[in-house]
Design a protein around this ligand. Structure first.
Ligand SMILES: Cc1cc2nc3c(=O)[nH]c(=O)nc-3n(C[C@H](O)[C@H](O)[C@H](O)COP(=O)(O)OP(=O)(O)OC[C@H]3O[C@@H](n4cnc5c(N)ncnc54)[C@H](O)[C@@H]3O)c2cc1C
Length: 383
């Protein structure tokens, strides 16, 4: 809906992916007027459309990223209530499945790596259990007999990102958010060191007291924004379907992760097989080699994958920072600008907690530019 050109909104959000929409919804709930500008013909045309939807702080844990692990655990704990509230507010099911996950090793090297991962997770106090192959196959009979070792991670779950985006757009609209699609932000406008709004391709200007940069991997490329070290990391992914799916258990119940990929069951005969990690700039082509590797590796562990029907092949761009953690909250250089990007591999997991942190900043509370996720940690570092 076009805005009154003379009106000033409290918040203009650049980008209608999962992060921008979650922020818009939460900000409107706190009484702010919000306008989301999304350049696609519908919301969620970026990474959020491609993502598998794992809510997996434990299996994603890395010894060098403790602040990120804590943020992920906090967001994972928030997800059930977030999903429930979202469903109530939107009337749409965001597809949360409390599936748990298995991490499996194919050979001795991978088994040794899993033992090290187990040690790290136990040290960190995370919920995880070592399983012999026989026990893993009792839980997931579709696993190949050649599996060497598995870890059971009962607390890592998943949601359906497309369903989440749909529900968020509904909830945001119902909360009064103006959601403009086909609206490309070309420039963030400012006056005397303070944002005044955003200029769109075609000449429209949306006046705003605060601007949230939530344009995913493209957040660094908008004129008028301070430079941030953000790069796209390409991920290719397959959407598969079991043509014989009926009542009862499907091929897999749990998420199965392995060196280089994962299989995520949606619970209705659909599966997501992902994902490559490639540094190729803003390239979203799908390559035969990328998909071959995913199918080959998954098929070694779950041979039944080869019986599934391919529904979709796609590639998306993860917005990545040098330390893999997001940029959240007010920018030091430009008053009224708030960052909400850099979610890399975990934007679906981190959506609830990111929205809370950014909206706290918008309403004058929160940790400000001193927080562990503030852009200030990269001052002097450029992409
Ligand atoms: C293959 C793959 C698998 C993944 N799997 C998982 C997973 O299992 N779990 C998990 O937590 N995360 C996963 N991720 C990561 C997750 O998808 C991202 O971290 C998350 O989607 C980022 O959300 P976003 O809203 O910041 O960005 P996006 O979803 O990319 O949204 C940004 C939006 O901004 C819009 N935009 C860009 N520029 C402009 C402009 N100038 N004007 C207006 N609009 C603009 C775009 O059109 C887009 O809709 C995966 C990513 C990929 C690629």
């Amino acid at each position: 809906m076009p805005q009154d050109p003379t009106a000033t909104t409290d918040v203009a959000v650049i980008g209608g992916g999962i992060i921008g929409l979650a922020i818009a919804w939460r900000a409107a709930q706190r009484g702010l007027t919000v306008c989301v500008l999304e350049r696609g013909e519908q919301p969620g045309t970026g990474a959020s459309r491609v993502a598998a939807g794992m809510l997996a702080p434990v299996t994603e844990a890395d010894a060098g990223e403790l602040a990120l692990l804590e943020l992920g655990l906090r967001s994972a704990r928030a997800w059930p209530a977030f999903a429930h509230e979202l469903e109530q507010a939107s009337g749409a099911d965001p597809g949360l499945r409390r599936s748990g996950a298995l991490v499996v090793a194919r050979d001795r090297d991978e088994a040794e790596a899993l033992e090290r991962e187990l040690g790290l997770r136990i040290e960190l106090g995370l919920e995880v259990q070592r399983l012999l192959p026989s026990a893993a196959r009792r839980l997931e009979p579709a696993l190949a007999p050649t599996v060497r070792l598995a870890l059971d991670v009962p607390g890592d779950h998943c949601a359906d990102p497309r369903a989440v985006v749909h529900a968020l757009a509904q909830a945001a609209r119902r909360a009064g958010v103006t959601l403009r699609t086909g609206a490309t932000v070309e420039r963030v406008e400012q006056d005397a060191g303070r944002v005044t709004g955003v200029a769109l391709a075609g000449g429209d200007v949306v006046r705003a007291r605060r601007v949230v940069a939530a344009a995913g991997a493209w957040s660094g490329a908008i004129a008028g924004l301070p430079r941030i070290p953000l790069r796209p990391v390409k991920g290719q992914i397959l959407r598969l379907r079991d043509p014989d799916h009926g009542p009862g258990r499907g091929l897999l119940e749990r998420i199965v992760r392995f060196e280089g990929g994962y299989l995520v069951p949606r619970g209705d005969g659909r599966y997501v097989l992902g994902a490559t990690m490639e540094e190729r700039g803003f390239d979203t082509t799908v390559s035969a080699g990328g998909l071959y590797e995913l199918l080959r590796d998954a098929g070694e562990l779950v041979p039944g994958v080869h019986e599934l029907v391919i529904e979709e092949m796609s590639a998306g761009l993860r917005p990545a920072t040098p330390d893999n953690a997001p940029l959240l909250g007010p920018a030091a250089e430009l008053e009224g600008l708030h960052w909400a990007t850099g979610h890399h591999r975990n934007g679906i997991l981190l959506a609830p907690v990111s929205a809370d942190i950014v909206v706290d900043g918008l309403t004058g509370g929160g940790e400000g530019v001193g927080s562990a996720f503030a852009a200030a940690r990269f001052s002097g570092v450029h992409a």
